[in-house]
Design a protein around this ligand. Structure first.
Ligand SMILES: Cc1ncc(COP(=O)(O)O)c(C=O)c1O
Length: 366
């Protein structure tokens, strides 16, 4: 017979202390009947060839969804290697690039180690860092809302294990310049991993922007992180990948959850890569709309940093929540980061969706 629990025994399961102060990831909200410009997704429908590949993956009579997926996502990894001009041992796919962010921290940093990133930047960085017990070090962006690479280099200590460089930066949309990145990388010790998170690179038209791949293939301590969630329209299927030195790629595979990338996601990723030429005009439309939206918002008097992503940033600081409520009253959902360094991030949607957002912005009392 089990002994009776004494009254003194706590009934609360003990979880790790690191979780007590862990902020929950706040996703962009979906509100029925409202336009969602809150999660940097593409507003276009899924291309027929990609939808067919997904249906085939589900319906396959022998190797359908009754089977576990290929654990190493080999066909997709091979296609990604061809896509990025490298060999499969330099590529690892993950359950969205956010899973790879977490794997990167797990692979490099634990208690007493530091993970450096700009702030504001992708909000998952501090969360995945804290989960492992490592310390996140936030380096404020410049007055122009750009990553401050000089300050980041100066913040490297013997405890630094990992550095996230997000370019174009989420949520500010700004990019770093290739020459500045070279200078920065030359200052980083060889045993510290630099991750260039290029989730939005397909929308970046600035000729001065670096191509993370160039560095990931030339330097053993640099890795580029990419996703099929944004430009390739697969946010719901969770397909991300990293390209880097085989030593780091192997470490990322070791800490992965088995079968993390579904067979449907793998099939969709392959089909989306094959459909790149059909997707490119969509990216061009986003870029053209970004220019139009930026221009109109500036004409209304908003500060809008030049964005190279599929969203724009309004550094409204403590007025961010008011703007988001005002937009919601106009049936447009944007993403507010309501604090002193905060603002509002607005995804570039279809022309009609952007018009609805501009209509709301025009009547916002600042
Ligand atoms: C900079 C950046 N990196 C990574 C991700 C993660 O994308 P996913 O996990 O969908 O690949 C996002 C998503 O918003 C992002 O903004």
């Amino acid at each position: 017979m089990l002994p009776a629990l004494s009254e003194e025994v706590s009934m609360t399961v003990r979880t790790r202390a690191a979780l007590d102060t862990l902020p929950a990831y706040a996703p962009g909200r979906s509100v029925p009947g409202a336009i969602k410009l809150a999660s940097n997704e593409l507003s276009f429908p899924t291309l027929p060839a990609i939808a067919d590949a997904i249906a085939d993956a589900v319906a396959h009579q022998v190797n359908g969804i009754n089977r576990y997926p290929d654990n190493g996502a080999l066909s997709l990894v091979e296609a990604l290697a061809t896509h990025t001009g490298t060999t499969p041992d330099h590529v690892v796919a993950g359950n969205g690039s956010v899973a790879l962010c977490q794997q990167l921290v797990q692979a490099t940093a634990g208690e007493n180690d530091e993970v450096l990133f700009g702030w504001r930047s992708f909000e998952a960085y501090p969360i995945v860092t804290q989960i492992t017990g490592a310390t996140g070090v936030k380096i404020p962006v410049t007055g122009e809302h750009e990553l401050d690479l000089a300050a980041m280099a100066a913040a490297i200590t013997p405890a630094t294990r990992l550095i996230f460089i997000c370019t174009p930066n989420n949520p500010t949309g700004t990019t770093i310049r290739r020459a500045d990145l070279v200078e920065f990388l030359d200052l980083v010790p060889d045993d510290v991993l630099v991750v260039i998170d290029e989730a939005y690179r397909e929308f970046d038209t600035d000729p001065d922007s670096p191509d993370g791949l160039e560095f990931a293939l030339a330097r053993a301590n640099v890795l580029t992180l990419r996703t099929m969630s944004k430009a390739y329209g697969l946010a719901g299927l969770r397909v991300g990948y990293a390209v880097g030195d085989p030593h780091v790629v192997t470490a990322l595979r070791k800490v992965a959850i088995p079968f993390a990338l579904s067979s449907v996601g793998q099939a969709a990723g392959l089909a989306a890569l094959a459909a790149k030429d059909e997707l490119t005009p969509r990216w061009q439309q986003v870029v053209a709309e970004r220019k139009r939206v930026t221009g109109e918002l500036r004409d209304f008097g908003f500060e809008v940093p030049t964005s190279q992503a599929n969203f724009i940033w309004l550094p409204l600081r403590e007025r961010a929540a008011d703007f988001a409520s005002h937009a919601e009253a106009h049936k447009v959902i944007v993403r507010a980061f309501p604090d002193a360094s905060g603002g509002v991030r607005v995804t570039i949607g279809s022309p009609a969706e952007n018009d609805a957002m501009l209509n709301a912005a025009a009547s916002f009392q600042r």
